[in-house]
Unconditional design. Sequence first.
Lengths: 297, 355
Amino acid sequence: MTTENGRAPVHRKAYAAPLSRALTYVLLIAIAIVVLIPLYVMIVTAFKSMEEIRTGTLLSLPHALTFEYWSKAWNSACTGLRCEGLKVGFVNSVLITIPSVALAIAAGAVTGYALSFWRVRFANVLFTVLLIGGFFPYQVLIYPLVHITSTIGLFNSLAGVIAVHVVFALPVVTLLFRNYFATIPIDLFKAARVDGAGYWRFFFSILLPMSVPMIAVAGILQVTFIWNDYIVGLVFGGINYAPMTVQLNNIVHSTYGEREYNVEMAATLLTSIIPLLVYFTSGRWFVRGVASGAVKG
Amino acid sequence: MTGVQLRNLGIRYGQVEVLKGIDLDIPPSEFIVLLGPSGCGKSTLLNAIAGLQDVAEGQILIGSHDMTNVEPKNRGIAMVFQSYALYPRMSVRGNLSFGLKVAGTAKPEIEKRVANAARMLQIEPLLDRKPSELSGGQRQRVAIGRAVVRDAGVFLFDEPLSNLDAQLRSDLRVEIKRLHQRLKSTMIYVTHDQIEAMTLADRIVVMKDRIIQQQGTPDEIYNKPANTFVARFVGSPAMNFLDAAVEGGDVIIDGKAVRITSALQAPLANGRKVIVGIRPEDVVLHAEEAASGVAVEVDVVEPMGAEKLVWCKRGSIGICAKTSASVSIKPGDKAWLGLSEDRLHIFDADSGKRV
């Protein structure tokens, strides 16, 4: 585009001086090592037998490749009184995460849409209140929420956990969508109104197809946030709907006798596998979505 | 065919009055251009006609029906936007047919109308592309096609050519004019470009500071500007303005008497302060001394191919003259300017109004 305007394209300085480049790399590699060593220790430990672990060679590779401890963590580790492994928690986490994320995105997108394109009365006040809500540490709200959910009969239920997650997700998801919609030219909205599209028609036919990157961003944020959540699941899920994180904690903290580090490491890695997968497979979408506000066309 | 009438139209943003008391009568099939600098309220007016802007007072009649509070889709209008405003995730075909689909038009009818519009605007090969795969000119053609498909009595154009480069702009300008000749719809066209206004309009409405300054044919606007604003805004390069005082039948410009009687309807009182306007093409430039001419010094010469613009100065006064390219003259030369009496525009110095 710049050349079309008759202006010379602007070149960013492509290469820094060799020394500062080398320093940058040294620093980055050092930080990467610091971050990756604990992960490495976790992975190798999950494959070692307890005898091997007791020798104290933290960084050495395991002698034999066995998935015994992974299988135990998944199938038969004791989480309190029950010894059915993490798989129960995994199922619970899936049951909690999928509807929570879907509902949070749906509600946030519609709210953001109403706040950005339709001149809702007191839209700015509403938005500010929503944002202030987002800044409250949610631990503060646990007690009143317990009261509310138990009054309306949602306490200790799957629906209760989901409802609480959606409420907590609403400020940030609404903010994401409102700000994204604010970058969309108002002429598009006007053109659609002249074409006869109403509130929902414009939302579903035009806005939503344009919002795929933002849906991905909100999805990634919320999947990791809700999957990693501990306190909401612990408080509102009761025994039947304890998510994977709560069960992991039970495995790690409630074993009697010898602590099975290998099983604990395997359990921890299993629990974190979903957020890791989400990051690795959708990082590209995430970056694109975050940057999409700056790109026109 | 559909005419549009605005009656005492007023628009407010909260407490701020944006437009007030606008009366405008647009007969069927007229091509009317709302011309003015940015912020003059012309786009707001267009949005109000489209139904995209709430009206605080007054009435909008389209085809002699009161449409003041009617939804945009039911007003029988179509609109083209400066930013094209194409639906980015739909193909060109999808863009053209969206409005008809929403209205529940039968499929064969949609196909017929889309094919018609595509042929008219020569966008048939583009029908299955996405807007992002089109150039700016193609996008605006599609946007115009989307308006054509609606089969509306009134077309609204909101600076449709402002995002295009000069070549495309003049191509599409002709295209829009051809479209008007063919469809004979009423067209209301907003622009800040006086050349677009002059070339397209049957009638121009010049606006400034939310007020209609003058309305008339391009010829009237150009040759009888109602005030100094209109005179300066229309025409390129702009009209020359000279401060002067009346004395007898003459005005005295920088000590030199120029006869103005024929430019006036009635004689002016002696000593009255006026502004004398003259367009560059009405200034006659003599390279040799002429008795009736005003002596000036040439400051800058701009060759424009067929013509030359010669910027002259006399003391602190600057005057631009348009001459034929064959006149050889260079900066620093002396020259003599003749101001043709019947081409002078006389404005009141205080109000800026034509006298």
